[in-house]
Write a protein that binds this ligand. Structure first.
Ligand code: PEP
Ligand code: MG
Length: 587
């Protein structure tokens, strides 16, 4: 092979195929002044590009409607209406008439509009910034005569390795699973939402490659190993054969693990651990239910919104939640209210705040938009008729937020009653413990909530001040840092003291070594990616709580994450053998 690029393993599996390079970025535009007599030609060039962009969007729209559905296709209607906007086109024409080249004129107007939308008070307008950026890229590529790539251009059966800087919602909805075998991105980390979505879709993925789009030309072949984060460029036939063999072995190991689905998650000293699944898309529910999970510990509802032009209405949400509840047949299903913002891309757009992770997101946004939140709460209370729905609030920092949410939940119940709709009132309400504030002050919540669920992805991010999506910081994102372990321990102890249910639903729970540590810290409920259910069950069945407690004590006492990891590794290998560290590269 020519060379290897190493990124962060994001979604397991091996894919071999041609590289499809998708450079979907705003190209560099030179400041070009044109002569007076060139103005008519430049105006004509602008209109040709706008017309071609319209045609392209119409084609994509049709394709997406067919492959993903009408709601997803509506993004492209938004983009087409931007291109049709008389004010926008008029502003570009005016600049061309002042002797600016078409591409520069178009870029300037798009920047102005982006700022205008970004400052708008109404979220729907702010969300349009992402669509504006998509439109800008498309038209500029056409004006500069650069290839106007689209993932949908890849013929079915290509088995392409899609290499791109990052996945935007409009790119995500265009992904054709029959054409793409794997995804590799420069940006992102294991806990960023591209990675979570790839795992949900079962597409092998590597994120955080940093420079892959610069280093590749798009003419290469590659092996993508989503378990180790390795992208092997132009592999030899022997390389490909050896990876195919590895893929076969992974498949066999998977089969071995599947037989665990029917067995109990119980430690060697007889302590039962409840293993639930994280479900990101309603379509995953049926498969997740066969993984051996005892219910859903986290359903991320924002994926109903990502990549869409409009929020799902009450009926659609009701159907989505009901599908998951029914798939789990009476077992608990914890559904988290919208966690939009941060890197959970809002409707058809990008976050536009200076600090989106510290910004107007999740419960903050829902409480400020009671109508939008009310729709979700009503859908949840209605879905609860079909099973054991529990409602969970994200990014909570103070109990006031819980009280405000409860008032809105009561209001939702009154609205449904007035309408004569069927619903359940006695739904449990809990919170994610995913900010240091909530963890340190978790005792302030105990009288107002029925359960805690520790979200380690954000808890690590906020405790260590390490952006979870920044590939340059990936090695500093250390869940085993003593500060994180102490916050988790404190939360568990408080919950147990007050007889509250407490689970861990962040990525940490899915990784065998970390799951071992969590059990040692006192956690008895874990919610993990469906594929990790058997992997974690294998650990549970191979350890005793006594050994886990001793290991966790050593980890908490360690001065650094690396020392904590070494302490855990040696003890886990001591009881289960060194070959426990196999598989998805996450141990
Ligand atoms: C978390 O923060 O750990 C979590 C489970 O939620 P998300 O990854 O969706 O932010
Ligand atoms: Mg979170």
């Amino acid at each position: 092979m020519d060379r290897k690029l190493l990124g962060i393993p994001a979604s397991p599996g091996i894919a071999v195929g041609p590289v499809h390079l998708l450079r979907w970025e705003i190209p560099e535009i030179r400041h070009r002044i044109i002569a007076d007599d060139a103005i008519p030609g430049e105006l004509a060039r602008l209109h040709v590009a706008l017309d071609r962009a319209q045609e392209r969007l119409a084609q994509i729209r049709d394709r997406v409607e067919h492959s993903a559905g009408p709601q997803e296709a509506a993004i492209f209607d938004v983009q087409r209406s931007i291109l049709d906007d008389k004010e926008l086109v008029g502003a570009v024409e005016a600049l061309i008439k002042q002797n600016l080249a078409a591409e520069k004129a178009f870029e300037i107007v798009m920047i102005e509009w982006g700022q205008k939308f970004g400052r708008a008070a109404h979220p729907m307008l702010r969300e349009k910034v992402g669509d504006l950026k998509d439109v800008e890229i498309r038209v500029l590529l056409l004006l500069l005569d650069l290839p106007d790539h689209d993932p949908v251009d890849i013929p079915k059966g290509t088995n392409a390795i899609l290499v791109t800087h990052d996945l935007t919602p409009s790119l995500t909805v265009q992904l054709d699973r029959e054409a793409i075998a794997g995804i590799a991105t420069d940006a992102g980390t294991r806990t960023s939402h591209v990675a979570i979505l790839a795992r949900s879709l079962g597409l092998p993925a590597i994120v955080g490659l940093r420079t892959a789009t610069q280093e590749l030309s798009g003419r290469e072949t590659a092996i993508l190993d989503g378990s180790t984060g390795l992208l092997a460029i132009n592999p030899s036939v022997a390389d490909i054969d050896s990876y195919r063999e590895r893929a076969r072995q992974e498949e066999l190991a998977g089969e071995e693990l599947r037989h665990l689905a029917g067995l109990e998650a119980i430690t060697t000293d007889g302590v039962r651990i409840t293993l639930r699944a994280n479900v990101d898309l309603p379509e995953e529910a049926e498969l997740a239910a066969t993984s051996g999970a005892e219910g859903v510990g986290l359903m991320r509802t924002e994926f109903l919104v990502v990549g869409r032009a409009a929020m799902p209405d009450e009926e659609e949400q009701y159907r989505a939640y009901t599908r998951v509840v029914k798939a789990f047949n009476g077992r608990p299903v914890v559904i988290r209210t919208f966690d939009i913002g941060g890197d959970k891309l809002p409707v058809g757009g990008f976050p536009t705040e200076a600090n989106p992770f510290l910004g107007w997101r999740a419960i903050r946004m829902c409480l400020d938009q009671p109508e939008l939140f009310g729709i979700q709460l009503r859908a949840l209370l209605r879905a609860a008729v079909h099973g054991d729905v529990r409602i969970m609030l994200p990014l909570v920092v103070t109990v006031d937020e819980v009280r405000a949410a409860r008032e809105l939940l009561d209001q939702a119940a009154r609205d449904l009653e007035a309408r004569g709709a069927e619903f359940r009132r006695d739904v449990l309400l809990g919170v994610m413990i995913e900010t240091p504030a909530a963890a340190v002050a978790c005792d302030t919540f105990v009288n107002d909530v029925a359960f805690f669920s520790i979200g380690t992805n954000d808890l690590v991010q906020y405790t260590l001040a390490v952006d979870r999506g920044n590939a340059n910081l990936a090695s500093r994102f250390t869940p085993l840092h003593p500060a994180v372990l102490k916050l988790i321990h404190r939360t568990i102890v408080t919950a147990h003291r007050h007889n509250l249910d407490v689970a861990v639903c962040g990525e940490m729970a899915s990784q065998p070594l970390m799951a071992f540590a969590l059990i040692g810290l006192g956690v008895r409920q874990l919610s993990v990616a469906p594929r990790s259910v058997p992997l974690v069950k294998r650990i549970v069945r191979g350890i005793s709580v006594e050994v886990a407690e001793d290991a966790a004590k050593a980890a908490v006492a360690a001065g650094t994450a690396a020392e904590a990891e070494a302490a855990l590794r040696s003890r886990l290998a001591g009881v289960m053998g060194a070959d426990v560290f196999f598989g998805d590269g996450s141990v």
